[in-house]
Design a binder for this molecule. Structure first.
Ligand SMILES: NC(=O)c1ccc[n+]([C@@H]2O[C@H](COP(=O)([O-])OP(=O)(O)OC[C@H]3O[C@@H](n4cnc5c(N)ncnc54)[C@H](OP(=O)(O)O)[C@@H]3O)[C@@H](O)[C@H]2O)c1
Length: 311
């Protein structure tokens, strides 16, 4: 039995992970939240209200916790004060293992909305500079494969999100000359299952926890199942902040304020195209190596099931 605290445990990604952790029935789970308890939380989970600006409060909440998983939102906290305070409190409370709010790409180049992840990476390196005071791993599964089923929901909590691969309308945006760029795609269910295995794992966590559900090129994605109309955009336009495509993303993540939505959607498309051409989405495979028997959902099987009988 491991005592686990889940910071930001009310969000959709963490809820998927909490269900996977619960399925073994052997862990004691506490959700750390800034708000009052949500009604649909299982009775065996403890809900602890915390103030991320109050370190003594966090230290008390983390006493006796073995593993701390953070899913704290990156966007609303530009300097990542919540996660930095959480890390300080974890060290003082004697938490053994920590996972920051990563769960995305290996690199964050050209993706300003995820630069907060870099700040936390640097902070973790800094606090462990002289001696290792906190074991941690950066779980990096790439983009959720579930998003290729947009607008359909393929997970219990994770909402659909539109991407530059629009299977419903058979259209996609790629960067001219970079069709071979690599992208890692992993279902949120596989991410959750791997995190649950990592929590049970007795050895030391590798600092980078790359998870390769599927490692594919842009061209390979566009060869699966459907005939796509592909908009080719140019590197120099993207670098100038221009997305010269016949369509653009419209559906926004609930964390984004409405007045910033259209700029961010354009930035997300540009950022994913530029960053993937620089290798940012080519996750490493440390977690695949630790759990070689984990059977990842394959992209072709996922898409066949998601789009079978759909228009
Ligand atoms: N790879 C992918 O495709 C992908 C997709 C989506 C998300 N992700 C990553 O997964 C992680 C979780 O994403 P999510 O969408 O589930 O998260 P989210 O719903 O945006 O946020 C999670 C929780 O963070 C807490 N929170 C918000 N602002 C905070 C602040 N300033 N300080 C402390 N806590 C705060 C909230 O909990 P309370 O109000 O209860 O405190 C919220 O429920 C993020 O790192 C995200 O980047 C990856």
């Amino acid at each position: 039995m491991v005592r686990i605290a889940v910071a930001g445990g009310s969000g959709p990604v963490s809820r998927e992970v909490i269900d996977a952790l619960m399925s073994s029935g052997k862990h004691d789970i506490t959700i750390l939240s800034r708000s009052a308890q949500k009604s649909d939380i299982a009775p065996e989970i403890t809900w602890q209200v915390v103030d991320y600006n109050d370190k003594p409060n966090l230290i008390r909440a983390l006493r006796g916790i073995h593993t701390l998983l953070s899913f704290v939102q990156i966007l609303s906290d530009p300097d990542q004060e919540s996660q930095k305070n959480l890390i300080d409190a974890a060290i003082i409370s004697g938490v053994k293992r920590f996972a920051p709010s990563e769960y995305g790409s290996k690199g964050t180049v050209d993706m300003h909305w995820w630069h907060g992840k870099e700040k936390v990476r640097r902070y973790l390196e800094e606090v462990n500079g002289n001696e290792r005071v906190l074991e941690y791993t950066l779980f990096q599964p790439g983009l959720f494969l579930d998003y290729l089923a947009f607008p359909y929901k393929t997970a219990k909590y994770l909402d659909p999100l539109q991407s530059i691969f629009d299977f419903q309308n058979c259209r996609a945006i790629v960067m001219e000359g970079h069709e071979g760029a690599i992208i890692t795609l992993t279902t949120v269910a596989d991410l959750a299952a791997v995190i649950a295995r990592a929590v049970d794992y007795d050895g030391r966590w590798p600092t980078t926890g790359g998870i390769r559900g599927n490692r594919v090129t842009f061209s390979q994605i566009l060869e699966i199942g459907r005939s796509f109309v592909v908009d080719q955009v140019k590197l120099e336009d993207l670098e100038a902040g221009k997305l010269k495509a016949s369509w653009g993303l419209e559906a926004i993540h609930p964390a984004v304020p409405v007045d910033q939505a259209s700029e961010l959607l354009k930035a997300v498309s540009i950022g994913i195209l530029l960053s993937s051409s620089k290798g940012a989405w080519d996750s490493s495979d440390e977690m695949n190596q630790l759990f070689p028997d984990h059977d990842f959902t394959r992209i072709d099987d996922f898409l066949e099931k998601a789009w079978e009988g759909m228009p």
